[in-house]
Design a protein around this ligand. Structure first.
Ligand SMILES: NC(=O)C1=CN([C@@H]2O[C@H](COP(=O)(O)OP(=O)(O)OC[C@H]3O[C@@H](n4cnc5c(N)ncnc54)[C@H](O)[C@@H]3O)[C@@H](O)[C@H]2O)C=CC1
Ligand SMILES: O=C(O)CCC(=O)C(=O)O
Length: 527
């Protein structure tokens, strides 16, 4: 039975799903050194935001197939290292959208009406009605940075509260902004005109310290900023200064550059000007069930050999799409493996031509499968759907993808051409009756053979007697021929012979075949 480690607190609904297919160990709060020690036993790791999955942990995780992040942000996972190691990383892109959006709105209202401080004061026995004068959000301008899932929900709710909306998101269309009644502006204008600024983008190289001292200088002295996205997007030292100098009026933060927030952080010293919560954006009962179920289902599926629907490092495929594509994935892997053996040496270019129905469907996984097949000779079981593209890139293989929907010899067919250190070879394959694989062309010669475990290909002059000679030679080495086919373009020109053989060629036999008069080349292939 596979083993799953759950290293952050996850809703029981997720544990129940995992327990159907795996032994589940829940060990929260493990120090990194401890996690490095035990991770080699596990097939899957399920986390929230507390566990940092570093390169060191990934290198120790020799059995790991999947890391499931029960939430959106995967910045606590070294996704590049996981990809290189062939580990799928999945998340729950929508499970906590509403929770995070509602938390941002709650923070906005809280900082406007001093809810947190007033609560503390009242509970301490006071009845202070003078010190907590607030401001309304009605008719104020809200600047939303990052108009994705959470930003959009914030926009809809803020509009209902009578706010005017500005948005900055370099990757969103004008049409989408219009739908959400947001005026799409540049960041500078948003910072200058907003009464409230709420951040809803990922933490990336581009967004790190995007809100720095210069940004605070541009804001109104009455502006309030809310960060329920990621720590590090705001330069915390600059924020402390901006609040101390009354450059802005307030801030509400759920996320911090270092979590847990340091006990002596200057952010804790700003009284009513700031509201702090300990990364609670996703902490609702509903969201925690959503993300736990979403991610546990994906871990279960991957452990059962099925694809994950929200993988962040491989193209996701829904089961119905996969059902249709699966035979093509097998075909692509087989053809990739075949063309790499024909090419014999280093491959520099792989031309992947998707034809017929393959050209119109979501066939990116077919390209990945071709690369997996191509690299399987060099990397064996180390190459998989997760790392095939990155391994190809790191080996300097240029992949050229072309699509020809008009090609109509078969419903769908795949043509691979590999150019490498020893020349160029091509193979084409298709499916017969939707499932049975056929090799339909080798190096431009039309054939029609099913791929088999052991095969022999020859390029020869089309002349009488040559087939008999090869047959006798194989017979004299006790190699049984299961099937044989010849493909040629013109009579007595060049031809290819494709033989399916029951056993691998014995040592030395390929050299003997090469000596037969009329044989130009010969290749033995194991698929
Ligand atoms: N506090 C919490 O507990 C939670 C925090 N989050 C965080 O909220 C953030 C947003 O999540 P979603 O809305 O689900 O993601 P999303 O992917 O739907 O939206 C992110 C948006 O940010 C935009 N964006 C990317 N780079 C940008 C840039 N340089 N400037 C402006 N916009 C940029 C993207 O175009 C996209 O529209 C993520 O960082 C996520 O990790 C999510 C859930 C809970
Ligand atoms: O797991 C959590 O509570 C944090 C959620 C979060 O930050 C996210 O989903 O990006």
């Amino acid at each position: 039975m596979p083993k799953v480690l759950v290293s952050d607190s996850i809703d029981q609904a997720g544990i129940d799903i995992l327990s159907q297919v795996a032994q589940v160990d829940v060990k929260t709060g493990l120090p990194a050194e401890e996690l490095v020690k035990i991770i080699s036993e596990y097939d899957a790791l399920m986390i929230r935001s507390s566990t940092r999955v570093t390169q060191e942990i990934i290198e120790a995780a020799v059995q790991l197939k999947i890391i499931g992040r029960a939430g959106v942000g995967v910045d606590n996972v070294d996704v590049a290292a996981a990809t290189r190691a062939g580990i799928v990383v999945v998340n729950s892109p929508e499970g906590n959208t509403i929770a995070a959006a509602e938390h941002a709105l709650a923070m906005m209202l809280s900082i406007s009406r001093h809810i947190a401080e007033a609560n503390q004061s009242t509970k301490s026995g006071k009845w202070d009605r003078k010190n907590f004068m607030g401001v309304e959000v009605y008719k104020k301008t809200l600047g939303i940075v990052g108009l994705g899932k959470i930003g959009s929900h914030v926009a809809a709710a803020a509009k209902a509260m009578g706010m005017k909306l500005l948005a900055f998101d370099p990757y969103i269309s004008q049409e989408r902004a219009d739908q959400l009644s947001c005026r799409l502006v540049d960041l500078e204008l948003l910072l200058q005109e907003s009464d409230y600024i709420t951040l809803h983008m990922p933490k990336t190289k581009e967004t790190y310290h995007m809100i720095d001292a210069k940004a605070f200088e541009m804001m109104k002295p009455t502006a309030r900023i809310i960060n329920c996205a990621r720590g590090g997007i705001i330069d915390e030292a600059a924020l402390v200064e901006a609040l101390k100098q009354n450059q802005i009026a307030g801030a509400a933060l759920d996320v911090f550059e270092n979590e847990p927030l340091e006990a002596d952080s200057g952010l804790r010293e700003l009284g009513q000007k700031i509201v702090l919560t300990p990364h609670l954006g996703a902490s609702t009962e509903e969201a925690q069930v959503n993300v736990a179920v979403d991610v546990a289902e994906q871990i279960r599926d991957v452990l059962l050999g099925l694809p994950a629907r929200s993988a962040v490092n491989i193209p996701g495929l829904y089961p119905d799409a996969l059902e249709k594509l699966k035979p093509y994935l097998q075909l692509a892997e087989t053809l990739g493996n075949l063309v790499s053996q024909l090419a014999g040496g280093r491959v520099d270019f792989l031309d992947v031509r998707l034809q017929g129905e393959l050209a119109t469907n979501n066939s990116q996984p077919v390209v990945v499968a071709s690369l997996k097949g191509l690299l399987s000779q060099a990397l064996r079981e180390r190459v998989n759907y997760v790392n095939a593209s990155i391994e190809a890139k790191e080996r300097g293989i240029h992949v050229i993808e072309t699509r020809d929907a008009a090609a109509n010899d078969y419903t769908g067919s795949l043509h691979l051409e590999a150019k490498g250190s020893l020349g160029t070879h091509s193979v084409t394959g298709a499916l017969l009756g939707d499932r049975e694989m056929r090799i339909t062309n080798i190096d431009g010669f039309p054939i029609n053979v099913p791929p088999t475990h052991h095969m022999l290909f020859t390029l020869h002059r089309d002349m009488p007697g040559i087939i008999g000679k090869i047959g006798s030679l194989l017979g004299s080495f006790n190699v049984n021929i299961a099937s044989m086919q010849v493909g040629r373009k013109i009579v007595r020109g060049e031809a290819v012979m494709v033989l399916s053989i029951d056993d691998p060629l014995p040592e030395g036999l390929l050299n003997e075949i090469m000596k037969v008069a009329g044989i130009r080349d010969a290749y033995t292939v194991t698929l």
